[in-house]
Design a protein around this ligand. Structure first.
Ligand code: URP
Ligand code: ZN
Ligand code: ZN
Length: 479
């Protein structure tokens, strides 16, 4: 017995066409017409789009940060994601400073075990790279964690020196890993922050963005690109926000360097002015790098249209307003950095399609297919194709509604999109062949513990020219 999605329009990164999809077990079995067999379940997708489930390659669930812990765990975060049309994410496991990468990975596996509702992977945040830790990077790759994030921001917490960064880049060059960089100049930012506080601005969330200028993101992006060039390593720049950083990536690519960029949906919809909202409301919009200007938003949309950025993710890092953001009520330095947006992303992208910013195919590409290719799980994920996991979203592109906090499924107590009208909703969502969202509501199948770790392959950087080079004919596998 299988399931057949009938009457819908399939949208992939490449094509838009009318066909039905037959699911058998966990996989897509066939695409075509008249696919139903006796006993099959039928899902009517007439008038709707049938797309690969979105993949969010930048999330922070249950993450200790800023004196507290992000408030979605692997159950609430996953339920929010699934309601929004996201069927897989890659979270950041974190090396405890002075500890091993394995410690960090074990800790994050324990967070997800028994709680995950959808499939997930891990990147590894490297906080210090002693020689034995550099060696350990190979073991991460072997365990299906072939991507490493390093920070040029947050001195004393995450920031690494150039020696560490370079050592990790060289190892990634050799073991097929992909280095992901948070590009902001943390040292100069700290200098500006100290001065702002001395001048009496501690109580104003807006000084978060005033002390993190775009020029420092651009400078830091240039530095990461230069070091990756010398190391001969591929580079993925996370949460790109501004013209300066996009331009740096675009220049490097024009010169043939293997550099890719991600932005996050909030940077296209909110601006730095939101941090100046009264009554501490601005704290809801505190994230790093900070929200930028309308001119930066225009440059980001351009970059998406011109293929200068490859991915739109979320950097979902939720902190409740009532008792977590308020840790910084008197001092903006203590506002935990991060915004909740795992559920809203696809609806905002859909709204952007209606507004003419991108096509449906490009939406699928930046939200699902490119993430799968860059992070070593295509075509298991990110595709509507026979043999791929049946991670499928039936998208009602014409549904209109307004975001309010009551609609969201995250454990957070606000949405920054409160009152924002959007167009597009996930009506049905399949995760590895199981119907987990039906008519917009979670089904009994959406149970904690059903989600699986996705063992990802290496980034095949050895083939320059094939810039998303990890597209292989290998059988999709789960660890
Ligand atoms: O503000 C943010 N982005 N919080 C999460 C940590 C990070 O830098 O990605
Ligand atoms: Zn970051
Ligand atoms: Zn992040």
């Amino acid at each position: 017995m299988g399931t057949v999605i009938t009457g819908g329009t399939i949208v992939t990164a490449a094509d838009t066409y009318r066909a039905d999809v037959r699911i058998e077990g966990e996989r897509i079995a066939r695409i075509g017409f008249d696919l139903a067999e006796p006993g099959d379940a039928l899902i009517d997708a007439t008038g709707k789009l049938v797309m690969p489930g979105a993949i969010d390659v930048h999330t922070h669930l249950d993450m200790p940060f800023g004196g507290t812990t992000s408030c979605d765990d692997f159950t609430t975060g996953h339920l929010a994601a699934l309601h929004g049309g996201t069927t897989m994410h890659i979270d950041f496991a974190q090396q405890p400073r002075g500890g091993s990468l394995q410690d960090g990975l074990d800790t994050w596996h324990a967070k997800a075990n028994g709680r995950a509702v959808m499939d997930y992977g891990f990147h590894m945040i490297v906080t210090d790279a002693r020689p034995e830790v550099v060696e350990e990077l190979d073991s991460m790759v072997a365990q299906g964690v072939p991507s490493f994030k390093l920070f040029l921001a947050y001195p004393g917490v995450f920031m690494v020196d150039d020696d560490t960064l370079f050592a990790v880049m060289e190892r990634a060059r050799d073991n097929g890993g992909l280095v992901m960089m948070h590009c902001e100049n943390g040292v100069v930012i700290d200098h500006l922050v100290q001065r702002a506080v001395a001048e009496g601005h501690a109580g104003e969330p807006g000084w978060h963005y005033r002390t993190r200028p775009a020029t420092l993101e651009g400078e830091s992006t240039e530095r990461a690109i230069a070091l990756a060039k010398v190391a001969g390593a591929p580079l993925y720049v996370v949460h790109v926000t501004c013209t300066e950083a996009v331009d740096a990536i675009t220049r490097a690519r024009a010169e043939g360097q293997r550099v890719w960029g991600e932005s996050c949906i909030q940077y296209f919809f909110h601006t730095q002015d939101d941090l100046d909202r009264p009554d501490f409301e601005g704290a809801k919009f505190v994230c790093s790098p900070p929200l930028r200007t309308e001119a930066d938003q225009a440059r980001l949309w351009d970059a998406i249209r011109r293929d200068e950025l490859e991915v739109i993710s979320t950097d979902h890092c939720p902190f409740r307003f009532a008792d977590q953001k308020t840790l910084g009520a008197d001092d903006f330095r203590a506002i935990p950095n991060g915004m909740p947006v795992i559920e809203e992303r696809m609806s905002l992208l859909s709204t952007a399609v209606h507004a003419g910013h991108l096509s449906w195919n490009r939406l699928v590409e930046v939200a699902s297919t490119n993430p799968a290719k860059l992070f070593g799980c295509y075509p298991q994920k990110g595709a509507i194709a026979p043999g791929s996991d049946a991670d499928i979203v039936v998208w009602d592109a014409d549904a209109e509604y307004t975001w309010t906090v009551d609609r969201i499924h995250s454990a957070v107590d606000y949405t920054t999109f409160e009152g924002t009208p959007v167009k597009g909703i996930a009506s049905h969502v399949f995760s590895r062949g199981e119907l987990v969202i039906a008519d917009g509501a979670a089904t009994d199948a959406a149970t904690p513990g059903r989600g699986r770790f996705v063992h990802r392959r290496t980034f095949e950087h050895a083939r320059p020219g094939e810039y998303l080079g990890n597209v292989t004919t290998a059988e999709p596998t789960h660890a």
